[in-house]
Write a protein that binds this ligand. Structure first.
Ligand SMILES: [Fe+2]
Length: 264
């Protein structure tokens, strides 16, 4: 009887470890589609990568790179927390960014983890990313397809709606990359058609029929932790992210690459 109980306990622990390993390492692909007369008829595909926290998925991020390349994106957007302020490996982040640039043009904004870095390290990281070919956006916008602009604002606990609105090009399809999803209503009010965010890590633990458990800034049962949220004429896409930070595990909340097709 005792032997049977030990075998059952071992099997339960093995199953739990296997499940947690899968939940924390098996990157999923989530697809969203948006239609707009302002977008080009040929369409545009964006891969949104968020909150990598330089977490390794396969040697040298091989799995993440292969999965991203397999989506054949026109553009890659990184919505912050490429590095982790507690376990900083800027060289790994730069090497990853350089490889991603060989897949498609990369547009990046900082997250709260980059903003927490010592000033010298922060400036070196941004310079190195730019040298690697990454478009580091802070209060700037860039044309990424016919009549489609992407803007970016570095991470801040507040959102300057007036400065953001100044980035919106009238008549064009306007996208903004910003780390924090809690500003979703403000992105729409500022005039953006689409916002790309992360930060919430999907609420870390996803409870069926309820949603995320906890997220920075929003705390327990965050409303804006993943998926698509519409406010007025605009929509915000929130990635559950790829890596972890303070809470080093996920439950029922696989890391994800978000693939967004915008069709004219
Ligand atoms: Fe993060």
């Amino acid at each position: 009887m005792k032997k049977k109980r030990i075998i059952c306990a071992c099997a339960a622990v093995t199953a739990a470890v296997a499940y947690l390993t899968f939940e924390n390492t098996a990157i999923g692909v989530t697809r969203y589609r948006f239609d707009s007369e302002k977008a080009p008829e040929s369409g545009l595909r964006i891969c949104l990568l968020s909150d990598i926290h330089v977490k390794e998925h396969g040697g040298n991020h091989g799995r993440l790179i292969r999965l991203t390349a397999a989506q054949k994106p026109d553009v890659i957007a990184i919505s912050g927390d490429l590095v982790d302020s507690r376990d900083t490996d800027t060289d790994a982040a730069i090497a990853l960014a350089e490889t991603l640039c060989s897949i498609a043009p990369v547009y990046y904004v900082t997250g709260n983890h980059e903003e927490r870095l010592p000033v010298e390290m922060y400036l070196r990281l941004l310079d190195s990313l730019s040298a690697a070919g990454v478009h580091v956006l802070d209060g700037e916008s860039a044309l990424i397809a016919k009549n489609v602009f992407i803007s970016g604002i570095h991470d801040s606990p507040s959102f300057d709606a007036k400065s953001a609105a100044a980035l919106v090009r009238p008549g064009a399809y306007n996208i903004i990359i910003n780390h924090r999803p809690q500003f979703a209503p403000d992105f729409s009010s500022a005039g953006f058609d689409l916002a790309l965010c992360g930060h919430a890590h999907g609420g870390q633990v996803r409870i069926p029929f309820i949603g995320g458990l906890i997220a920075p800034d929003q705390m327990l049962f965050p409303k804006l932790s993943e998926g698509v949220h519409r406010y007025g004429a605009g929509a915000t896409v929130i990635s559950r992210g790829i890596g972890n930070s303070l809470i080093p595990f996920r439950i029922n909340n696989r890391p994800e690459i978000v693939v967004i097709d915008i069709n004219g």
